[in-house]
Design a protein around this ligand. Sequence first.
Ligand code: GUN
Length: 288
Amino acid sequence: MSARILDGKALSETIQVEVARKVADFTARTGIVPGLSVVLVGENPASEVYVRGKRTATETAGMRGSLHRLPADVPESALLDLVDQLNADAAVHGILVQLPLPKQIDEQKVIERVNPLKDVDGFHPENAGLLAIGRPRFVPCTPLGVRAMLTSTGIATKGLRAVILGRSNIVGKPMALLLLQKGPGGDATVTIAHTGTRDVMSVAREADLLIAAMGQPELVRADWIKPGAIVIDVGIHRKANGKLCGDVLFNEAREVASWITPVPGGVGRMTIAMLLENTLLAATLAHP
Ligand code: GUN
């Protein structure tokens, strides 16, 4: 069997066109252009690429994007001051502080400083809590993108055994909570495997839906995958030969899975489309 490809590029382009139309309606109704401010500390090359992609997409969708760059050695207090300034700016509806942050900065402190109504990353404890109790407001963009990809296959997640590899606050935990929600895109039976899991390969092999988000290049091999499973690869790594790869060894996995996401051109593209959706949601919350 050769798996069908879940094309994140095509799907994200469709979603971005829809968001642009909704933004135009919103602006026609309110006279307001949704604004997203991205904060980038230091010069991490991977972050630079993400941030450039975010900016272009924001502007294409008819929103206002602004980028705030701070040097790698910026004191924590200066970053917190910038967040305060963005919180107070009525033209800024969404705030995204690109992670990871340099080690002199307490990431959690910064996350908690962002106004939860502008928290388009969905990382603030208030938004994380709302998702946990089944009343999602801002949901982290990567899990939202994965759910949108699953919905696009037409395959119901209800009753599927989902295994998520990785327990991060950015992907693994919110992904599990989304799949646990009642209703379309949810109702799965969810397991999170992590570095403390015994025999992770056997756990993965039970999955009808396997989501790899543990940040280990090409760790998931064909023998980790139940024949016919849906495989979603959240990882992105640059190999020694310069090529990008995911957490899944694609050429092996595609022979076993029924659906699979490529890297690049899979989940990464969807993350940006969901950020646009969240920014429009933030503007709509500010101007109902
Ligand atoms: N770094 C990697 N992914 C993300 C993300 O979704 N949001 C932010 N803020 N930083 C990231």
